[in-house]
Design a protein around this ligand. Structure first.
Ligand SMILES: [Zn+2]
Length: 286
């Protein structure tokens, strides 16, 4: 019975018009495809391992840079303490109670520019304020600036920046490199919007948050009301140019006009009001 079937099968095979296939063709195809898959798997593993080494090296470098930055601060800056700058220290404490950034040291450094930034991979994180900020801004505006930086700390942006920056910097073909760099900057700008929200939560006054941003944009040369009005005009004209969005894509910070619009939108939201009320309750409770 089986024999009959077998013969029938062979006869069927022989009738196929492709029966002339060389005996090992299929086996060789299978070996070739297996090799292709193996090579892809091996090169992918090598890329993952090399990328991991690259990112670890970048993290180590940014740790060392951070440490030397910190040493320079210790030499040139003044740490904010209840003794050195009691007013500013109170603002720092209040903002920290609302935003809960964990251990943070704040320094004031001499400078000609109006700037604030934060850094640190390990605890405590460091917030740096350029000295002209203290002259140009009132308490609520400083609360916004300090809150903005503490927001970066609370949301983990300081260490994420080193990690994501390392990942986005992985050596890759030109097009891929450019794409990763653009994506990294895009994320950077999103972080600024988040930190601005923290600033608003710390200061609780949209008008003051906006005037702090205007003063930052105006720079330390802006002293009079007319200088600030000029800065406002410049900000309002920022997105007039059709190519301004393209320029923004290459920067770590969004256009000031967009930051102000985003803040206004957030300040009007029920999400903001709820969170602001909750933070005030938590502070009252201690
Ligand atoms: Zn920022």
């Amino acid at each position: 019975m089986g024999d009959v079937q077998h013969t029938a099968g062979s006869r069927k095979q022989a009738r196929k018009t492709t029966a002339y296939r060389y005996p090992n063709e299929r086996a060789i195809l299978a070996v070739t495809l297996t090799l292709v898959i193996l090579v892809i798997a091996l090169t992918a593993t090598a890329t993952v391992c090399l990328s991991a080494v690259f990112v670890l090296a970048m993290l180590l470098i940014s740790y060392l840079v951070t440490r030397s930055q910190h040493q320079a601060l210790m030499a040139n800056g003044r740490q904010v303490t209840p003794r050195s700058t009691p007013g500013l220290h109170a603002i720092v404490e209040e903002s920290a109670r609302r935003l809960q950034p964990g251990p943070v040291q704040v320094f004031v450094v001499p400078s000609r520019t109006m700037n604030a930034y934060t850094f640190g991979l390990s605890s405590p994180k460091t917030v740096v304020l350029h000295a002209p900020l203290l002259q140009a801004m009132d308490g609520d505006e400083l609360r916004f600036v300090v809150g903005h930086e503490m927001g970066h700390v609370s949301l983990g942006h300081t260490w994420l920046n080193s990690l994501v920056g390392g990942l986005a910097g992985i050596p890759s073909p030109f097009f891929a490199s450019a794409l990763l760099a653009l994506a990294f900057l895009w994320w950077n700008r999103a972080c600024e919007f988040s930190a601005d929200r923290a600033g608003l939560l710390a200061c609780g006054d949209l008008r003051k948050a906006v005037s702090a941003l205007v003063k930052l944009a105006a720079g330390s040369n802006a002293r009079t009301r007319a200088d600030l009005e000029k800065a406002v005009q410049r900000i309002e004209a920022e997105d007039d140019h059709p190519l301004s969005g393209l320029g923004e894509a290459l920067r770590t910070h969004p256009m000031m006009v967009r930051r102000i619009e985003e803040l206004q939108r957030y300040a009007a939201s029920s999400q903001y009001r709820r969170l602001q009320a909750r933070m005030s309750r938590d502070v009252m409770r201690g």
